[in-house]
Design a binder for this molecule. Structure first.
Ligand SMILES: Cc1cc2nc3c(=O)[nH]c(=O)nc-3n(C[C@H](O)[C@H](O)[C@H](O)COP(=O)(O)O)c2cc1C
Length: 456
């Protein structure tokens, strides 16, 4: 059993897409089909996650409408419009009190100063509940919205991401925690010794700083990272406090977990500073039969052209309609987009001898994440096994459709986790770091002072 799991509570993120994770979610009769355009639905979902004592709400993102699918599927895709995540989370901060708020933001088509400022502001607005999910963009179409004519190459994206993350974290340390005096008597608003310009000059960025937002209530917003190739894992080991990953089997997840943890010492880091949270796609029923029925029903709503188009997005290969649906999954060209996911899905197809359509069906809901169908006890058995045996520190729960699948999880699975003392019954702290049990990052100036006084 993992030493790390010990007495700790596992972590839960609510990973919510507009209408749900499943490609046909919007066709479910009880789903909020217009969720990507209706803020009150988002409020309801966030409050449900908070009622379930989730650590965080997690928003994926892409700054482009996915156009990789077939022409026939275009008007049939449910997840094409959504709110910009920072705007939405700032609004949700005002109607929630404890829930962590994590937004995805790419290092490929942003500037670090803007991004550092946005997340530092969200952290202030929410009282220390912000997290940044660092990605390098899996949607190649983003390039066309940012004055480029092609997507930046995988290796170059990561090269830029490493420097980007350094600049952002450096800017978040612009002010020491107690820099602001606001002393009317002396007339001193802040202590000028406690502001630090960054003066960064690197390969991609030249940023002087300091940031015009004070240090965050939790030191720095929590840094989440999603990217699973070897380069992605290295970036995770260097920077991430939470690693979001897609794994289909315990063996894969355990390999990923140990590999990332083993890379930490190179950066002077320890496992206590990192939480690994794979995606979990749960289909919950009071009986196995009920859960299976729920799963089958959503699968029956998949339109062939949509299933194929969403697979094209997941594995980053266009024009899948040139292959027969009932034939074996053909050899595919490597993608410059979601490379690790492509490898994962194609491995699953080869391992289980799937036809192209069977791969579409497998992809339609979990999209390469852990699929569990069954009673709360059955689902918690799997979660507990992963948690206690170094495959996960928690899970990003991916409700198939909203609001129903999140309601099911909160009403049925959370109580079972609590009954086994695997999950909190109340929030004990107020910040996202508190929930995740992550250390407060000491300001670099304070670290230097502490080291100096220890040497005296
Ligand atoms: C679990 C997971 C979630 C991701 N979520 C997003 C996302 O929301 N938006 C995005 O642009 N890229 C996302 N990415 C893409 C990565 O940042 C990266 O560009 C892509 O996966 C290729 O890198 P890799 O081969 O190291 O995984 C995600 C990747 C993973 C593994």
């Amino acid at each position: 059993m993992s030493q790390r799991a010990g007495n700790r509570s596992l972590s839960l993120g609510a990973f919510v897409h507009e209408t749900g994770q499943h490609v046909a979610a919007w066709r479910h009769p009880d789903a909020y089909a217009e969720s990507g355009q209706n803020f009150s639905h988002c409020v309801e979902v966030a409050r449900t996650a908070e009622r379930g004592k989730f650590d965080l709400l997690f928003l994926a993102d892409s700054s482009a409408v996915g156009m990789m699918g077939t022409a026939e599927s275009r008007g049939r895709m449910g997840k094409v419009v959504k709110f910009e995540p920072m705007t939405m989370l700032a609004a949700l901060a005002a109607v929630t009190t404890h829930l962590g708020l994590v937004a995805t933001s790419t290092t490929t088509y942003n500037e670090p100063y803007t991004l550092a400022r946005q997340f530092a502001s969200l952290d202030q607005i929410s009282g220390g509940r912000a997290g940044w999910n660092l990605v390098t963009s899996n949607n190649e179409a983003e390039a066309f919205n940012f004055s480029r004519d092609q997507h930046t190459a995988h290796a170059d994206r990561y090269d830029r991401a490493v420097e980007f993350a350094d600049v952002v974290t450096g800017l978040w340390d612009s002010w020491e925690d107690d820099a602001f005096l606001r002393d009317r008597e002396s007339g001193l608003y802040f202590d000028a010794d406690k502001i630090h310009a960054l003066n960064h000059k690197g390969k991609y960025f030249s940023v002087r700083g300091p940031l015009n937002v004070p240090r965050s209530p939790q030191g720095r917003p929590v840094l989440v990272q999603a990217g699973a190739s070897s380069t992605g894992r290295e970036l995770a080991a260097k920077t991430a406090e939470v690693v979001f990953t897609a794994q289909t089997t315990y063996e894969q997840a355990h390999e990923f977990y140990t590999d990332v943890m083993n890379r930490l010492p190179r950066y002077g880091r320890t496992p206590d500073e990192v939480r690994i949270m794979p995606g979990l796609y749960p289909v919950v029923g009071r009986t196995m039969a009920e859960a299976q029925e729920k799963f089958d029903y959503l699968q029956s709503l998949i339109q062939p052209s949509v299933g194929l188009s969403v697979l094209a997005h997941t594995i980053g290969v266009p024009n899948l309609d040139q292959y027969p649906l009932d034939g074996p999954v053909p050899e595919m060209p490597a993608t410059n987009g979601p490379l690790s996911r492509q490898i994962l899905m194609l491995e699953a197809a080869r391992r289980d001898n799937l036809t192209l359509w069977e791969l579409c069906l497998l992809n339609a809901g979990p999209r390469g994440h852990l699929l569990t169908i069954g009673t709360p006890e059955h689902i918690v058995d799997i979660m507990e096994h992963w948690f206690r045996n170094e495959a996960a520190d928690g899970f990003n729960v991916m409700p198939a459709w909203l609001p129903g699948s999140l309601d099911d999880f909160v009403e049925l699975v959370v109580p079972e986790l609590q009954r086994r003392s695997l999950f909190r019954t109340e929030y004990e702290g107020t910040t996202l770091r508190d929930h995740l049990g992550l250390p407060f990052p000491t300001h670099p100036a304070r670290r230097t002072q502490n080291a100096a006084s220890a040497a005296e």
